[in-house]
Design a protein around this ligand. Structure first.
Ligand code: NDP
Length: 444
């Protein structure tokens, strides 16, 4: 059995109850085979793969908080500090009832390679809790965030581990957590990113993941003599990533006709009205039924369905495994040209393989949604300098970073004889840099 298969077997045995983690490791290890084969002796001797699949540490803690009626609740908090070979741990905090250790590990593992791809000095980590902010009052969310930080603060720091937002963790939650960190630690430092503009946040961070997704999609299309102009685009999700992906797609001349949330989806053949979507989701925190009620051209459907709409470009921006093999078949038969992941691992392994076999350009999330973490790293730089850059400056750097990621993943795929396989290119380019740093730093 080859080195990759041996390590994959060990991962499956040791983490049998964590299917999302196994899925992420399987995708990465399978696609870096050409590099591992070329360096097998050295990697084996130094146990590079065994070390990279095992987090540096996993922190799990109790988060007690009291609701508005005086009732106490207990949630579980997590922080997985995965790998800091190239910089301080960096990755978001997910607040969603589906969160358990396996989800945080899959996200943290992916984050190592994503962060490496940005070209910036950031390691990989992830955290979160099974707390659901939906339907909670601001005071309840504050109570949870303060309790969560009263444990987490022991393990993070501007040069150590810098968490950020993710599903369920937006500006409100980051604000409450930052306030508590400052109070407990007694320092004013860039320990979290995604902060408000009045206290160290970066312009363009809110837009960054969605904008970055469109910058890299545009770079790919241009490389193939095409552009986003006039393309019909379907987007899933209606959160931070989806909203700003829709906005930038429209600015680049595309027509976005769908969005979705966890209960239903919108088909709006005249194009999504971003201002209305922001009002419904960012201000009212309401369901998409309110969007449909306010817009004549929109149809609302219960459940899942955005991938049934005929399109040129599909952008999954909601959550993991939301685009399966049946969806992939529908997209292909409807003539899709590009699938670019805004969310983390939204496409199942089977669906990814099907899309690639059918010559669809497929951009994996670790490359295509890296704009968020890249801009978080730019927020860290501004905090260290105690300066704030303009929106145009940050946005310009983001565009450059995304174009560079496209170039690097494309070249890495070519170098190993896999031209056009951006999954392989992204994993190889991300892995090579981290592996080199780990080898240079010895067994630790
Ligand atoms: P948000 O919480 O802002 O939005 C998530 C959206 O996805 C919401 O519309 C939500 O619906 C929907 N959703 C969540 N869970 C499910 C589910 N199980 N089934 C169907 N729909 C669901 O999160 P973000 O936009 O920040 O994140 C979206 C994805 O992008 C995640 O995978 C995240 O890890 C990834 N990502 C985010 C980055 C960022 O900067 N924010 C950076 C890189 C990746 P509802 O409104 O009903 O909850």
């Amino acid at each position: 059995m080859g080195y990759v298969d041996e390590v994959l077997e060990q991962v499956k045995v040791k983490n049998a109850a964590e299917p999302e983690f196994i899925q992420a490791v399987t995708e990465v290890l399978n696609s870096i085979r050409p590099v591992v084969d070329a360096n097998e002796e050295k990697y084996r001797k130094e146990a590079i793969l065994e070390r990279i699949v095992e987090p540096d540490r996993q922190i799990k803690f109790r988060v007690p908080w009291v609701d508005d009626k005086g009732q106490a609740h207990v949630n579980i908090g997590y922080r997985v500090q995965y790998n800091n070979a190239i910089g301080p741990y960096k990755g978001g905090l997910r607040l969603h009832p589906s969160v358990y250790l396996g989800i945080i590990k899959f996200l943290g593992f992916e984050q190592i390679f994503k962060n490496s791809l940005t070209g910036l000095p950031i390691g990989g980590g992830k955290g979160g809790s099974d707390f659901d902010p939906k339907g909670k009052s601001d005071r309840e969310v504050m109570a949870f965030c303060q309790s969560f930080m009263s444990e987490l603060y022991k393990y993070i720091g501007a040069d150590e581990d810098v968490p950020a937002g993710d599903i369920g963790t937006g500006a409100r939650e980051i604000g409450y957590m930052f306030g508590m960190y400052k109070k407990l630690n007694g320092t004013y430092e860039g320990v979290l990113t995604g902060k408000g503009l009045s206290y160290g946040g970066s312009l363009a961070r809110t837009e960054a993941t969605g904008y970055g997704l469109l910058y890299i999609t545009d770079a790919l299309l241009k490389d193939h003599g095409d552009s986003l102009n006039g393309k019909t685009i379907v987007v899933s999700g209606a959160g931070n990533v989806a909203i700003y992906a829709i906005q930038k797609a429209q600015q680049l001349g595309g027509k976005v006709v769908t969005c979705s949330d966890s209960t239903g989806w919108i088909y709006d053949p005249e194009g999504i009205d971003v201002a209305l979507l922001k009002e419904v989701k960012e201000v009212k925190r309401a369901r998409l039924t309110e969007y449909a009620a306010a817009r004549k051209s929109a149809e609302y459907h219960e459940g899942k369905g955005v991938w049934t709409i005929k399109c040129d470009v599909a952008l999954p921006c909601a959550t993991q495994n939301e685009l399966d093999i049946d969806d992939a078949k529908t997209l292909v038969s409807n003539g899709v040209k590009v699938v670019a992941e805004g969310a983390n691992m939204p496409t199942t392994l089977e669906a990814t393989e099907y899309l690639q076999k059918n010559n669809i350009f497929f951009l994996p999330g670790k490359a295509s949604n890296a704009g968020g973490v890249a801009t978080s790293a730019l927020e860290m730089s501004q905090n260290s300098e105690r300066l704030s850059w303009t929106f145009e400056e940050v946005d310009g750097k983001l565009k450059g970073i995304m174009e560079n990621i496209y170039k690097n993943i494309s070249e890495a795929a070519k170098k190993y004889g896999r031209e056009g396989d951006y999954v392989c290119g992204a994993n190889i380019a991300g892995f090579e840099k981290v592996a080199e740093a780990m080898l240079a730093q010895g067994i630790c």
